[in-house]
Design a protein around this ligand. Structure first.
Ligand SMILES: Nc1ncnc2c1ncn2[C@@H]1O[C@H](COP(=O)(O)OP(=O)(O)O)[C@@H](O)[C@H]1O
Ligand SMILES: [Mg+2]
Length: 290
């Protein structure tokens, strides 16, 4: 009883606060690919750190449910994940891990699909707790699994922007197009942006983008944006082995220079249409999966 009373009270408090404060909006940006192993998790972490260095607050949702890879890349072991929050065992603030320079990670484990069947009361509590988190989030980066599954499409269609990562390999390019097609058919308005990873030169990256863009324009009438290329760089695999982000371990390496350029481009981009709240994001996912 008392609990529900104080809950009502805090809800009322929040409602009155909202009248005074402008509603905080975040940019939910999914990072995805058709093919695995193209560099999504490395891009999520290093892009997150680059944006963080540029004064933004970044939280990464580690949503590759099969491989908990963000924490492995950073050499950190999370005690809890979003599953504990959905089950009501932990608060979201207890699950968020600060990893470096203010960059935060939410380990997702396999909890997300449970959102689909979550009772409304628990969902309300979860959404309510997200408000606290939201105050410190400018960018919400979602590191998804590779491939076209309902879960991945749920993340993508709930995001404001989608970054599709590919390499120059023909299989990666065809798989990138396949995921773009699936996104398009879900009728999402999200901007679709491309990063070409592990390329030899900027020219090669641009060529690969142009090929994907041409097919997308021709068959889907869908415009794509080019965020840039990241060269194949030995410093990346060295950093992976050292379990440190390459932008921290080798700030001057070619991959780090490219990541910072991409971060700048994302910040300067004024064409994105919709920002939203984290509540919108998780509500959308629940709706999609239900
Ligand atoms: N730009 C790059 N240069 C060299 N190696 C890279 C680069 N990007 C990624 N890699 C290598 O590819 C591997 C897979 O990257 P990862 O980020 O885990 O991919 P994904 O999340 O898409 O599965 C990494 O372990 C790293 O060694
Ligand atoms: Mg990964």
């Amino acid at each position: 009883m008392e609990n529900s009373h104080s809950q009502t009270y805090s809800l009322r408090q929040l409602a009155s606060q909202r009248k005074r404060q402008p509603r905080q909006l975040s940019r939910a940006v999914s990072i995805t690919s058709g093919k695995g192993g193209v560099g999504k998790s490395n891009i999520a972490i290093n892009l997150g750190l680059a944006l963080q260095d540029m004064g933004k607050n970044v939280t990464i949702l580690d949503a590759d449910l099969g491989l908990a890879n963000v924490d492995v890349l950073l050499g950190k072991k999370p005690l809890y994940n979003i599953n504990h929050v959905i089950e009501g065992e932990k608060k979201i603030s207890e699950v968020i891990m600060e990893v470096q320079n203010g960059l935060k990670i939410i380990p997702a484990s396999s909890g997300i699909e449970k959102l689909a069947n979550l009772e409304q009361e628990k969902m309300d509590q979860f959404i309510h707790d997200l408000k606290e988190v939201e105050k410190n989030v400018d960018f919400f980066l979602i590191d998804t699994a590779a491939g076209i599954t309902q879960e991945v499409l749920g993340f993508l269609t709930s995001s404001n922007e989608i970054i599709v990562v590919t390499t120059g390999e023909p299989t990666a390019i065809t798989d990138a197009y396949a995921i773009i097609k699936s996104i398009h058919h879900k009728k999402t308005q999200a901007a679709i942006r491309i990063i070409v990873n592990m390329c030899k030169t900027d020219e090669e990256a641009e060529k690969i983008f142009s090929r994907i863009h041409a097919v997308s324009q021709r068959f889907l009438s869908r415009k794509l944006d080019f965020l840039g290329g990241i060269p194949y760089d030995e410093a990346v695999s060295l950093s992976v082995r050292a379990q440190k982000p390459f932008i921290a371990l080798h700030p001057r390496c070619r991959a780090s220079v490219s990541i910072r350029m991409i971060a700048k481009k994302i910040l300067e981009n004024r064409t994105y249409k919709n920002t939203g709240t984290l509540q919108d994001f998780f509500n959308n996912i629940k709706g999609f999966l239900s």
